[in-house]
Design a protein around this ligand. Sequence first.
Ligand SMILES: [Zn+2]
Length: 499
Amino acid sequence: MSCKQIILSVALFCIYSAAQAQLLNNNWCGNAGVTPWMEWYKDHRYEITSSRSDETLYVPVTVHIIGTDQGTNLFPFDKAVRAICRMNELYTDANIQFYLVPGDPVRFINNSDWYEHDYWPGGAEMIDQNKIPGRLNAFVVGDPAGNCGYAWRDAIVLGTGCSSENNTTWSHEAGHHLSLPHPFSGWEGTDWDYSQPAPNTMGNKEVERTDGSNCENAGDFFCDTPPDYLNYRWQCTDEHESEQLQHDPNNVSFRSDATLIMGYASDVCASRFSPEQIAAMRANLQTEHDSYLQVSEPGIGVDDELAAELVSPIDSHIVQYNNFELVWNPVPNATIYVVEVFLTPSMSVINRLFYKTLYNETSVTVTQAMPNNRTLYWRVRTYNEWDVCNPNENTQVGILKTRNISATNELERSVIAELAPNPVAGGQPAILNISSDESLSAKLSVTDAAGRVCMQRDLRIYPGDNRLEIETDALEAGIYIISLQNEKGVLLKRMAVTE
Ligand SMILES: [Zn+2]
């Protein structure tokens, strides 16, 4: 694809940075957010709109969630599901609804170069190597080239920090994908003293006037989106206008409309597309993106009243604190199950200990250590590809209790100890993390393979997490036994010291 065909929306909803200024000034995309399709549409729109119908247009989406090479920092898929739900709310007036591709709603990709990328080579490679034809490809990454998101190479790319259901980022980028320019088209990347009358052209584009005389050929080419020259993120007034007064080329002053999703007003201000924007998006779907229009009826959703029935553990059943299975019954039509374990019955995200989204699976094994000797709470929320807005208000809550069932004495039952790193390089300290559910005294000893005591000290352990450094300066390479002992029993850890 040549540079001229590139659709780009830079600087969307972002924190202004030097790096971004650099990108904007590079001007390598050249067309400042107006696609070739939009240039064509601008001159043919009246022929097309007459043929458009009011039926709902269904857009299939596959979400590509990018993590680091280590598989960390993956955006929770159910947050993407809720971002699409929010998008559907904002596209209701347009009669456009997004759904996840049945059987292929999400792909997870581990690639640090794509997780945080610039347009070249990271962004371009990520899109070109993963884009699937016939659907909207949404990539979720940690840093999309310094922006909150962008639409480019027939895909949209969203930043994890701008993808909550309170953000309009997804709707804004999908708007670009379906051809919409910014209402301030032409002003991207410019620096202007807004107290002055605007010039007749900006960024090689006609500047839109307040009297509507040139609205078809200026700005975003839409006459029902009033002039807007603001190319930075702005807060709106109570009247849903910009604080910033601007002056058109006739020196008529005006404020920008904050309700438009395609502008840069903050998320709380923006909520709509104009009728002409809607007509353009629908026309785009029926021409440039007609491969998306594969169904005319929505698929079956999940019954909002139905909750996943939890099988085990329930009723305070005791489980091994660091290895237990959660099992539930399938819910009719549900394919996406979000499983969560919490420290408190309020089930707030702050107290969430475990979290996983599963596709067509009805059990999961938790192998990470949970707090021991505690009562924990778990639930399962359900969605499917067609039902991204299930409120999940009736979820059942399972109660379980954690124990160290494999413990052979009382001390092991009340204390969990983790040693890291292990093996440890001689001279470096090893850290013994002790998590206890009570206050206790114990003796810590380090013995070598021959049973000789190399180190010994008395400890006071407090409820919660305790961190102990074990010095290895005086230890030769070899295997050592770390023991924690008191009247309740003994807990042993094997430690390898390397050269
Ligand atoms: Zn944009």
